[in-house]
Design a protein around this ligand. Structure first.
Ligand code: BES
Ligand code: MN
Ligand code: MN
Length: 461
């Protein structure tokens, strides 16, 4: 019945997603505040049409949170669905093959059934919209087996600061038995997997100041410390020769993964030659003693996300700049605390600065990592749902990305989260030409009701 409804409404579902993707809801740029609001209003309308109740656009100090629910029976378990309708900025626009906010469907070698190309197609509008449509299919066919609460935010890509406040202030409203999120990925369309880990994040900006003004690089060069030269050297020193992060205390709280679990992880299919070819790199690189998969999931990483200073315009200008800047992200593993890491970084960075410069470290948003247990009913329900919809047992995998509110759900609401995502790494989220496979979109809509069914069966009260 549910599946029939989905089959009959495939086109409608897709067209609605395309409308959703036309809204330029980037949360980072205040000029687009109204577009983010439009994203919230779009959801409000669609939730209403789907049959949700208590729909509310909750204003925050930043972008709004959309809440809605459908409580059919207090005796039944409740699923809290979380997603984000904000997207990353689309620039650089010139690297897109089509307009990031005029979605088009195109076939690719990985997506022979077609994929929607648009900013947010996979992260996270396409994935969160699957939940609205799965809910509609269940309710319209009288097959909703659980209570459901929806909470969609417009600030995930900028750190979810106001969601945290909302959750803390609404613990009764948000009472549930499990959180369900589709904002991660699977290994491949014929290799389903369930994300059972996310990395934490500590993000800092550094400013290095040399002389009090830009100088003539001929008159002063060689005699005055150049903040860009110094910053480069300081950054280079943050890794040692074995590829490990060279900040005292950085690894103190890292949870080592047992040889057994590492062996299990190594069974997930991964082709390093394809990986290199796909990225057009001569070799992979990272911490000695760990595989690429391990380096990007169970080990921390430190990366410069941006670096600037001095003259970067056309031609040449001989200048010894006064300032240099960099944005640095540190991906953390479970048990590392982002605040502590930020602190360690700041202390270390100030300590290694020569007296010829001054440094300032400004922390940005952060978040903790998480590991999801595989021995509770939420995981079992998800595993069985994917087994049914894909015809294959999903592999549990830890991802390298971060969703900082997930550990917060556990801390504040006492709830575990199921990361039932359907994206592919090759969907290039955050990059130009982001896309989401139609196969993945429909597979998600098909799998979600199976999760509800299994979860209800496993949690009879
Ligand atoms: N959905 C992603 C995170 C993700 C993607 C996790 C794929 C696992 C697999 C999320 O929207 C995101 O981009 N998170 C940011 C952190 C946030 C604080 C800006 C990230 O990981 O950089
Ligand atoms: Mn996301
Ligand atoms: Mn994202």
């Amino acid at each position: 019945m549910v599946q029939e409804y989905i089959n009959e409404n495939k086109e409608k579902f897709l067209n609605e997603l395309l409308d959703f993707l036309r809204i330029q809801s980037f949360s980072a740029d205040p000029k687009f505040k109204n577009e983010v609001l439009k994203g919230a209003q779009f959801l409000e309308e669609k939730l209403q049409l789907a049959g949700a109740e208590n729909i509310c656009i909750h204003e925050t100090a930043g972008h709004p949170i959309v809440y809605a629910d459908k409580i059919i029976d207090e005796q039944l378990p409740t699923i809290l669905v979380y997603g984000h309708y904000d997207v990353q900025p689309a620039d650089p626009y010139e690297l897109w093959d089509s307009d990031p906010f005029e979605p088009i469907v195109k076939e690719t070698s990985i997506h022979p059934d077609g994929a929607v190309f648009a900013r947010g197609a996979c992260d996270d509008k396409g994935q969160m919209y699957m939940h609205v449509k799965a809910f509609e299919a269940m309710l319209k066919t009288n097959n909703l087996p659980c209570n459901v609460k929806f909470m969609f935010e417009g600030e995930e890509e900028v750190g979810s600061a106001n969601l945290e406040t909302f959750v803390r202030e609404n613990t009764t409203l948000l009472k549930a038995d499990v959180v369900l999120v589709s904002d991660t990925g699977i290994i491949a369309n014929n290799t389903p997997s369930i994300c059972v880990g996310l990395r934490g994040l500590s993000y800092v900006e550094v400013e290095v100041t040399g002389p009090n003004r830009d100088l003539h690089s001929g008159l002063y060069g060689g005699g005055v410390a150049n903040p860009i030269n110094i910053l480069s050297k300081m950054i280079a020193s943050l890794h040692d020769d074995s590829g490990a992060i060279n900040i005292p205390g950085f690894y103190d709280d890292v949870q080592e993964v047992s040889p057994n679990e590492r062996q299990e992880m190594a069974k997930a299919p991964f082709d390093v030659e394809y990986y290199k070819e796909d990225l057009n790199i001569g070799d992979v690189s990272g911490e000695k003693g760990f595989s690429t998969n391990e380096r990007t999931s169970i080990r921390p990483a430190l990366d410069v996300n941006g670096i600037w200073g001095g003259y970067t315009g056309d031609g040449a200008k001989t200048v010894l700049p006064s300032k240099a800047y960099a944005k640095i992200s540190m991906r953390l593993v479970p048990n590392q605390k982002s605040e502590k890491i930020t602190e360690l970084f700041s202390t270390h960075f100030e300590k290694i600065a020569p007296s010829s410069v001054k440094v300032k470290v400004t922390p940005h948003h952060g978040g903790e990592g998480v590991v999801i247990p595989t021995d509770f009913t939420g995981f079992m329900a998800a595993k069985q749902a994917m087994e049914t919809s894909f015809g294959k047992t999903p592999i549990p995998v830890r991802s390298g990305g971060s969703i900082p509110i997930v550990p917060m759900f556990e801390e504040v609401l006492g709830l575990k989260t199921i990361l039932l995502g359907f994206g592919l790494d090759s969907d290039v989220i955050h990059s130009p030409n982001e896309h989401y496979g139609l196969f993945n979109f429909y597979k998600g809509i098909e799998t979600i009701p199976l999760f509800y069914q299994n979860f209800a069966a496993l949690n009879k009260k």
